[in-house]
Ligand binder design. Structure first.
Ligand SMILES: *Cc1c(COP(=O)(O)O)cnc(C)c1O
Length: 451
């Protein structure tokens, strides 16, 4: 690459209010020319655009760091990978190699974990939708079944009685943790006594073993205090169980929901300035956990089902500029080849987006549109970017969570996903879809065939 500075055509920019805030006009976009030392241009050349890129090194760092932070605060810690956050086999396998259990919320995810080699007893089966067949399989596998509602509890009792099975169960508990609106649609309520009632019903059944208590208080939680309240309410339930039934629980599962570094749309300050650190979440949870009347080996294990906070910053989306244009207001619009169908998270996040090549220093407030012929296809309403030409690339950061599970085939198909391995090699971990992928599922009735 030449070191000569690139010529920039002089531009006259219409002044638009609302860009400056009390911290100034925001940093000009620095180029992100490589990911884990692999050049973005090389990745696009080999795997096309758009392209999702996962970093094995970042995944492992995130998991190891989180384990260290929690283990220094609480003696028995176990992570469980939340499949729905990113269930690509390569991603799940990294977490499993780092010692995580599988946390699944559907039969399809359950089967996916088993195909990866995870034993049933290392699978946590969550969610409101577990069919009788799925429950039967999970019971026989000795999975950790987290019951969501009474109908599910009765189904499990019926299955165990009619087939002479024994099940390991926990209940999901919802509660007031001071964050509103309340997340009370999943599990049994703490305050109104429903959770206690479910526990008593389980205790009266010989075929059921109550192994733990579970909660997942919400997602992208911006206060660590909510976790202290949740842990302390579960500790109090565990104390009652010990007192009334003389039962020691194997674990308390505090779910996930820790915020990642993405800034929410409408949020004034960047995420890294306002979200709690992993240390603050861990402090809050362990302080609530220690309200349990147990010590040493009698303490239950602490399970964490952290999703987005472990995977978001390990994912990138490389995209190519298709065109630049001026809207009727004179505002600059950039059209890129990645649409909201593959980046669902742009509906709620202001992702960090950088040019992938050295560009000029002058930034202009721009709207970033995807390639779909649909008005909703807006990746970002307003972002300061330098001039980028057709064919040049942008890198969208922190897209490791939910994008690759909530994406859909709509007008365009899902692109390649690669993983940059720790040794610097690049592996294709999901192949892009093509027309035959669509046609393979379709059936055309005979009488509709064109002659
Ligand atoms: C979605 C989910 C998680 C992970 O949530 P994050 O916000 O990604 O951390 C964990 N547990 C359960 C039960 C979930 O539904």
């Amino acid at each position: 690459m030449s070191t000569k500075k690139r010529y920039e055509r002089p531009i006259i920019t219409k002044y638009q209010s609302g860009l400056m805030n009390k911290f100034g006009s925001g940093p000009s976009a620095k180029a992100k020319t490589s990911i884990d030392e692999v050049a973005v241009s090389k990745l696009v050349e080999e795997y096309g655009s758009p392209l999702f890129v996962m970093s094995e090194r970042q995944l492992r760092n995130n998991q190891q760091n989180a384990i260290r932070i929690f283990r220094t605060r609480y003696p028995k810690v176990q992570f469980a990978w939340s499949y729905k956050t990113n269930y690509l086999n390569a991603v799940c396998s990294v977490f499993h190699q780092e010692g995580s259990l599988a946390e699944v919320v559907s039969e399809f995810e359950y089967d996916k974990a088993k195909l990866l080699g995870i034993k049933g007893s290392n699978i946590i089966f969550n969610g409101p939708d577990k069919s009788r067949a799925a429950l039967q399989k999970a019971i026989k596998d000795n999975a950790k079944i987290h019951i969501d509602h009474f109908d599910e509890l009765y189904e499990i009792i019926d299955l165990c009685n009619s087939e002479n099975l024994k099940a390991n169960v926990a209940i999901r508990v919802n509660m007031d943790v001071g964050v509103y609106p309340l997340w009370d649609r999943f599990g049994f309520n703490y305050e109104n006594g429903e959770a206690w009632q479910a526990i008593k019903r389980i205790m009266s059944e010989k075929s059921l073993k109550l192994t733990g208590l579970h909660t997942h208080i919400g997602t992208y939680m911006m206060t660590a205090e909510a976790y202290r309240i949740a842990a302390s309410k579960l500790a109090s339930l565990a104390n009652s169980i010990k007192r009334e039934f003389d039962i020691k629980l194997d674990y308390i599962d505090m779910g996930g929901g820790f915020a990642s570094n993405n800034t929410l749309i409408g949020q004034y300050l960047p995420a890294e300035q306002i979200i709690p650190s992993m240390e603050q979440y861990a402090d809050a949870i362990s302080s609530g956990m220690f309200e349990m009347n147990a010590t040493g080996s009698d303490l239950p294990a602490l399970i964490l089902e952290t999703g987005r906070a472990l995977v978001d910053n390990a994912g990138y989306l490389i995209t190519t500029v298709l065109a630049n244009k001026r809207l009727s207001t004179g505002r600059r619009a950039i059209i890129i080849d990645a649409g909201v169908n593959i980046l669902f998270t742009s509906f709620w996040y202001k992702h960090k987006i950088s040019p992938a090549q050295e560009s000029g220093v002058h930034v202009e407030d721009s709207s970033l549109y995807g390639p779909l012929c649909m008005n909703i296809d807006l990746i970002r309403e307003s972002i300061l970017l330098p001039a980028v030409k057709k064919g040049e690339h942008l890198v969208i950061e922190d897209v490791g969570a939910y994008a690759m599970t909530q994406w859909m085939q709509f007008i365009t198909m899902r692109p390649n996903v690669v993983m940059i391995m720790q040794d610097g090699t690049v592996e294709l971990i999901r192949k892009s879809e093509a027309l035959n992928y669509i046609l393979d599922r379709e059936l055309l009735p005979k009488q509709l065939k064109l002659k």
